[in-house]
Design a binder for this molecule. Structure first.
Ligand code: 6GU
Length: 294
């Protein structure tokens, strides 16, 4: 798996934020284990390290007027340049030791331009191939899905740019396309104060799909969404609890019957909770029977 482009197997995650302590959970529990295994390395960078004035200001009033503040391109630009080059000082330097800097010298003929709305399709895949992936969490982004998580679990370097306030000067996003493949992403139809929590969400969804991270899981093929359906109910011992019995089929020892029952449960739950998902699923005759049976 090692190549010249990707000297360390696994994933390098960098996060640029004005609240580095908010990203502490990245180093704990689930993701901390991946770091110990050498599958993941994390660098958290305080944006204020790139502020140039005595007050370390990172935002300014919006052109055209209106409420709130906009994050400054003169701070974000150099920050993203340094982090792309692997020269950004991390807030916790200890975690940097396991990573190799991602050296990519931008070439004048690398320019892809990023005017207009990013449709997530690389315009020049050849020129972009070696660039790290820049994820910019914003409620104005494209919805993040399980299929994004699957794709991004194969990346070698992902950088998150966390905006606060009313967002980041759009030219930062446009210019970053010189050094990155850029995606603006949303984690749902609601508004958070900043992108930090979205980074935790996306990082967890991505890292758990890297081979070797999820210890004893056979595969991710049974995850909710992987087959387009929500997962049905699960049970464990005892067989009877507070007069409630585990469905009899689960003791039948008949794997085909158990699989069929689980599929039926998934179909029924999906129809009840997320009916719009069912429209994207190819249903067999037996699937239709199960849904009609109620
Ligand atoms: Cl990714 N960021 C922010 N700030 N708010 C959000 C979001 C992201 N996704 C939904 N709301």
């Amino acid at each position: 798996m090692s190549t010249a482009e990707n000297p360390t197997p696994g994933l390098r995650l960098d996060v640029v934020t004005i609240f580095p302590e908010y990203l502490e959970p990245l180093r704990h529990a689930l993701l901390g284990k991946a770091i110990e295994q050498g599958i993941l390395s994390v660098g958290v960078h305080d944006l204020r390290a790139w502020a140039t004035d005595v007050h370390k200001s990172v935002d300014d009033t919006p052109y055209g007027g209106g409420p709130g503040m906009v994050m400054k391109p003169t701070v974000w630009g150099p920050a993203l340049d340094d982090v792309a080059a692997g020269t950004g000082a991390a807030t916790r330097t200890a975690e940097l030791t396991s990573s190799l800097p991602h050296l990519h010298k931008p070439r004048h003929d690398d320019l892809t331009g990023s005017e207009g709305i990013d449709d997530g399709v690389d315009k020049q895949p050849g020129a972009d191939a070696g660039k790290p992936l820049l994820l910019v969490p914003t409620p104005a982004g494209k919805p993040f899905t399980q299929s994004d998580a699957q794709e991004w679990s194969k990346e070698s370097h992902i950088v998150f740019a966390c905006g606060r306030y009313e967002g980041i000067d759009q030219r930062v996003i446009d210019d970053a396309a010189n050094r990155y493949r850029v995606r603006e992403v949303s984690i749902g139809d609601y508004v958070l104060i900043g992108g930090e929590v979205a980074v935790l969400v996306i990082a967890e969804a991505v890292v758990r799909l890297i081979p070797g991270v999820l210890g004893n899981r056979r595969s991710h093929e049974e995850d909710s969404f992987s087959d387009g359906l929500l997962e049905g109910p699960s049970y464990t011992k005892p067989r009877v609890w507070r007069d409630l019995e585990v469905p009899e089929v689960l003791f039948s020892g008949n794997h085909a019957r158990v699989d069929r029952w689980r599929r039926d449960q998934a179909l029924k739950r999906t129809r009840a909770v997320r009916p719009e998902l069912l429209e994207q699923v190819e249903l067999s005759g037996r699937d239709r029977e199960a849904l009609e049976g109620e």
